[in-house]
Design a protein around this ligand. Structure first.
Ligand code: SF4
Length: 217
């Protein structure tokens, strides 16, 4: 069965977490409430974890690759000509809305995130989808600051490096996977019915019906 970036089989094979040995989880800074978005906010996402990040069985390890590479605030980086793996292979670039090439600082930020993950012996990453750095399921195809924004399935630059290093990456919109993870972190948690991951959402099925290009990596 093809594997998506969040690699269900790898998630299910994670060791049992405990308060003494919590899972070491790399999290996009903005998901953890860091004001590290391009506009100096957390995009309103810092309060959206529903208590997940406060569980004693989870050790939160936030990082923002774009802030590391370019500072905050900054212009809007987006992928042109492919996804994060294509950027690492030299087949695609990262440009901002003014056409300025941000490829090198995006790669530098991604490498710094991977170095942080390795230093902290991270076991799992929960990252912000749609980001040119942190995306894992759906990302912009070209500049997003246009009248009609285009999307593609694929991964961001930092996510590509993390996947190459063998980490599972779950997005904040992978509701089914996050619920399964939560049930392992908190045995009292009951997984609600009908949850879907981002590639199973109605919008994604309607607008991006083809397979994820990294599904069989
Ligand atoms: S690069 Fe990642 S952590 Fe930083 S603002 Fe964008 S999505 Fe959030």
């Amino acid at each position: 069965m093809p594997l998506l970036p969040h690699h269900r089989s790898r998630i299910d094979s994670l060791r049992a977490p405990s308060a003494q040995e919590p899972w070491r989880v790399l999290v996009s800074g903005c998901l953890a409430g860091w004001q590290c978005g391009v506009d100096g906010t957390d995009y309103g996402m810092g309060r959206g974890d529903g208590g997940l990040f406060s569980l004693p069985t989870l050790r939160l390890l936030p990082f923002c690759p774009e802030q590391h590479g370019m500072g905050t605030p900054r212009t809007m980086p987006d992928l042109h000509g492919g996804d994060g793996f294509d950027v690492l292979a030299g087949r695609a670039r990262v440009l901002d809305e003014h056409g300025v090439d941000l490829t090198e600082p995006m790669i530098a930020g991604a490498r710094a995130m991977l170095a942080f993950a390795e230093a902290e012996r991270v076991e799992l990453a929960m990252l912000t989808d749609m980001s040119a750095a942190c995306g894992s399921q759906v990302i912009s195809d070209g500049c997003r600051l246009v009248p009609v924004r285009r999307f593609q399935k694929g991964v961001g630059v930092a996510t590509a490096l993390l996947l190459d290093a063998g980490l599972a990456v779950v997005s904040q919109r992978d509701h089914a996977s996050i619920a399964r993870l939560r049930a392992r972190l908190d045995p009292t948690y009951v997984v609600p019915e009908g949850l879907r991951d981002h590639h199973e959402h109605a919008w994604t099925l309607e607008h991006l019906p083809h397979a994820h290009p990294r599904a069989d990596r």
